[in-house]
Ligand binder design. Structure first.
Ligand SMILES: [Zn+2]
Length: 323
């Protein structure tokens, strides 16, 4: 098998736009053929974990035409067959975006951020959903970032340039931050990738050490909240686990894109995985862990409410959302 470490991440302009958070090409493709995806109406869900609470906060959804390059290493017909078998549409794919908030011991820790007002019309719902759950942006004291793709970081700073969570310290994986903030790497990157580097600078540029700090993978970031390296999707892609009493939660970020495809087939590579081989190794390791430890699992692109359990299914896994 060819090892793919190319920086083009699939290479298409649409992919680069997705990563950079500039969505116009995708939105233009969306609208005429397939209509707008439906946004969940009640976009927050509380989940008890021991004596703490975790709240899933939906930021919206994006509809993409299902093209052959979406799964790099499986024929489109095979991908469509798997969707059909789950009563899902085969012409397009709806990708939801859901961040998670840990409410514990007076702390309010948000994991990833959505788009704020930087994305298409069917995104940017996180703040409204936070309010619906009874909280305000000012109540967030910590933001943890899993990786630097636009759909995860753009919500830190609105279009006007203001920090969306004004009282929050922002904690980012050292490996991820170093990779994207390397100006020489940006200069050497193909043009299609430059927007992604610029988006990272738009969000993190000018933040002082009082706001932004890096952590090493494995570090405990708050009582019971620990980071875990899961490299591959991006060079520093990082997960977060939360323990309370005997109960465990794993926020697995983009260890898979939609689980209906990539949990069922953990060896399939979504076009956004920057190092597909490392990503599949991390995916199997993390899924083995959440099954073995019976962890409540939340994923950024999982179907809302995005909380559930992962079970073994054939040679892969199945994500079962909570009722
Ligand atoms: Zn993502």
């Amino acid at each position: 098998m060819i090892r793919r470490r190319d920086l083009l991440v699939g290479g298409s302009a649409a992919t680069a736009a997705y990563l950079a958070g500039s969505f116009l090409p995708l939105v233009a493709q969306n609208a005429p053929n397939f209509g707008a995806p439906s946004v969940v109406q009640v976009g927050f869900r509380r989940q008890k974990l021991g004596d703490i609470e975790i709240i899933a906060l939906n930021d919206g959804v994006l509809r993409r035409p299902l093209a052959a390059e979406f799964v790099r290493n499986a024929p489109l017909a095979t991908v469509q067959e798997l969707l059909r078998s789950q009563n899902m549409p085969v012409e397009y794919i709806d990708i939801p975006f859901t961040a998670f908030l840990v409410v514990a011991g007076g702390r309010r820790i948000l994991m990833d951020t959505g788009f704020a007002d930087n994305g298409p019309a069917t995104t940017g719902r996180l703040l409204a959903n936070l309010q619906a759950a009874g909280l305000r942006a000012e109540d967030i004291d910590t933001v943890l970032i899993s990786h630097y793709h636009g759909d995860h970081i753009n919500g830190l700073r609105n279009r006007a340039g203001q920090l969306v969570f004004p009282k929050a310290r922002i904690l980012v994986p050292s490996m991820e931050h170093g990779w994207w903030m390397d100006d020489a790497r940006m200069a050497a990157a193909p043009d299609a990738m430059k927007g992604a580097f610029q988006a990272v600078r738009r969000v993190f540029g000018g933040l002082g050490a009082d706001v932004l700090s890096t952590f090493e993978a494995g570090a405990e970031l708050a009582p019971g909240v620990r980071s875990m390296a899961a490299y591959g999707h991006t060079p520093g892609h990082t997960l977060f686990t939360v323990h309370s009493g005997n109960e465990k939660f794993a926020y697995v970020a983009d260890i898979t894109n939609v689980p209906q495809l990539f949990a069922r087939n953990p060896d399939w590579a979504v076009q956004f995985d920057m190092d597909a081989d490392a990503a599949r190794e991390s995916r199997r390791k993390v899924f083995d862990m959440v099954v073995r430890d019976n962890m409540v699992t939340g994923g950024y692109h999982f179907p809302f409410p995005a909380f559930g359990k992962v079970e073994k299914l054939g040679a892969g896994f199945d994500f079962k959302p909570v009722a």
